[in-house]
Design a protein around this ligand. Structure first.
Ligand code: UTP
Length: 297
């Protein structure tokens, strides 16, 4: 039986250039999807999967993210005094236990692999999860929980995988698929951002991982990969050569790429439509806009 996963790394030190100018002062991870910052969706998913230690790899300009996790006592008192129990509950659900969150700095954006490596001392010698908050996954059973359950059977390393159109492989790490075992595939290799003609499959890695400490040892070598960055995919793929299996997990659910503008907008519409308090108005508005074929002024 594989070891229990209690720690998750959240690499949030990227520059977020696709959302400039907003990301000049607002970290991408606290941009709001309806009324909750992206990072809250990731935290809730991690908690559902049994994570109790949350390690954020941050960088300059991310202090708003750290503040978000502080308890806001003045606001709590105010809501209590006014009898706004619903809002108080909403607020309390976001409070984190003291000591549950740790922040590590990545001093330079050298790549996702480097960001994960920065957390190595807090991980030690145990398996851990990695979650990219800009991948938001709507699912009945949260994605990381699905993976943790599958990982109990497989061990090794596991990455969340989904099929993408062939012409889009260049935006992802792509799996070289060996054996197919239902929702789990055993991989022979992984390639970061291959052109469609070079891609070994159209099964792409997205931002959820369960990794063993051997990946951190591989990252020690700080090898640069695609785009001159230290790639997490390369360090995971290296494990295959060392005899540690790597599995792709085809999760149930819909993934939104909230690191891109169109993905963020789609997620906003999808999450708003799933909310009872917003659904009717929004549906009516969308219908009106589409039928009159007019963009909002
Ligand atoms: P992205 O590739 O989305 O890069 O990183 P980015 O900087 O966030 O955004 P763009 O492309 O400039 O718009 C994927 C994840 O890896 C983290 C990011 O914060 C994001 O969660 N990352 C990336 C780091 O923590 N450090 C890095 O050096 C690179």
């Amino acid at each position: 039986m594989a070891r229990k996963i209690t720690k998750a790394i959240f690499p949030v030190a990227g520059l977020g250039t696709r959302f400039l100018p907003a990301t000049k002062s607002v970290p991408k991870e606290i941009m709001t999807l309806v009324d909750r910052p992206l990072v809250q969706y990731a935290i809730d998913e991690a908690r559902a999967a049994g994570i109790t230690e949350f390690i954020f790899v941050t960088s300059r300009g991310k202090s708003a993210l750290e503040d978000y996790f502080d308890h806001n006592h003045i606001l709590e008192q105010e809501l209590k005094a006014k009898g706004k129990t619903d809002l108080l509950e909403t607020l309390n659900a976001t409070n984190m236990e003291s000591g549950a969150i740790a922040y590590i700095r990545q001093h330079k954006a050298l790549g996702l692999g480097h960001a994960v490596w920065c957390a190595r001392r807090l991980i030690g010698d145990e398996p851990f999860a990695v979650m990219l908050p800009d991948d938001v996954i709507a699912a009945d059973k949260p994605c990381l929980q699905q993976m943790v359950e599958a990982y109990q059977e497989t061990g090794g390393n596991m990455v969340a995988a989904m099929e993408v159109p062939h012409e889009k492989t260049q935006s992802y790490g792509v799996l070289d698929v060996g054996e197919n075992i239902g929702s789990v595939v055993r991989t022979r290799g992984m390639v970061e951002k291959p052109k469609s003609e070079d891609a070994p499959s159209n099964l792409a890695v997205i931002g959820r991982y369960i990794l063993g400490p051997s990946v951190l040892y591989n990252l020690n070598q700080k090898k640069k990969g695609s785009g001159g960055e230290i790639q997490l995919t390369d360090a995971i793929a290296e494990d295959i050569g060392n005899g540690v299996p790597v599995f792709g997990y085809k999760f149930e659910g819909q993934r939104f790429d909230c690191g891109s503008k169109s993905g963020f907008l789609q997620a906003t519409v999808a999450y708003a439509l799933s909310r009872e308090d917003l659904r009717d108005d929004l549906r009516e508005y969308i219908h009106e806009v589409i039928s009159s074929d007019k963009a909002a002024q």
